[in-house]
Design a protein around this ligand. Sequence first.
Ligand SMILES: [Zn+2]
Ligand SMILES: [Zn+2]
Length: 347
Amino acid sequence: MRAIVYHGPKDVRVDSVPDPALREETDVVLRVTRTAICGSDLHVWHGAGLGASGFTLGHEFVGVVLDVGRAVQTVKRGDRVLACCTVGCGACGACRRGLLSGCTRFQAGPAGNVFGFSHELPGGQAEAVRVPYADANLFAIPSALDDEQALFLTDILPTGALGAELAEVSPGDTVVVFGCGPVGTFAQRAAQLRGAARVIAVDLDEERLAGARSRGCETVRGGEDAAARLLETTRGGADCVIEAVGRPELVQQALFVARPGGRIAVIGVILQAFEILWPLAFAKNLSLRTGLVNPQTQIPKLMPLIEQGRLDPTEIITHRLPLDDGARAYEIFAHHRDHVLKVVLSP
Ligand SMILES: [Zn+2]
Ligand SMILES: [Zn+2]
């Protein structure tokens, strides 16, 4: 089959690789119908030291069930399903707490059991993919939703919602969101749905700021003086700050921008150690939370909003390309070319 394979920094190629097959009786093999490139795939593309190459990328995909292991109970051949980006067994202590990414029974590679970061758990930017522990990690797509409407439930929509949840966004709150990329956009949407009075979007890209304004956000241009302007417009600080980019300096800005007693959620992916201004967090009684998404716990809350038309995840799609254009798609997304916000690929 065809798959997007990581060969080294800034070198991904569409290769022919062996077809996936059932390995355990709890596995399912899917024929992928839509897949997307995520900001965290770009960490790999940039060569984020995962110490391996030659694996298939991609953790955002939906498809049709091709093959079903004997122990699988919740899906059957021919079902349309979405796969959660994080994989767990569904039965251990961590999984039962909803933290499947921290599963103690299933551990794949260095990246918290996420598809497409290792040989142990190859990704879904491919014509087909094996999904372990299918009962815990697959969700049926309701017939009313098309594949693209369901696609972002695999990761970025639950990640955005997790940001609003960790920051405890409540009715009437003023919420600052650093980042107007796909995850930032969904964090802004989640804050609006939780009843925020003001959602202030921050980004360096004027076009992305214009997009945020069209979705009902206020905007502030990012940069070194952004914190001062945010403190001014919020009259002393925001109730909630969500970091949806993955940059240490934005975590520092969040400490300045949160009001005393404010709540900060960091959902951007940061892979290096860094210092934070601890005395500021201490003196302002700030809450600072972070975490890797577990879509399994968010999907039951988000899917109905899409079905009711209160949330349209497809609003972020700017590019639809064939899987065979995968290498070019990564270039477009990595370099913010051609007004890109989100790229969807069709195998
Ligand atoms: Zn992702
Ligand atoms: Zn588990």
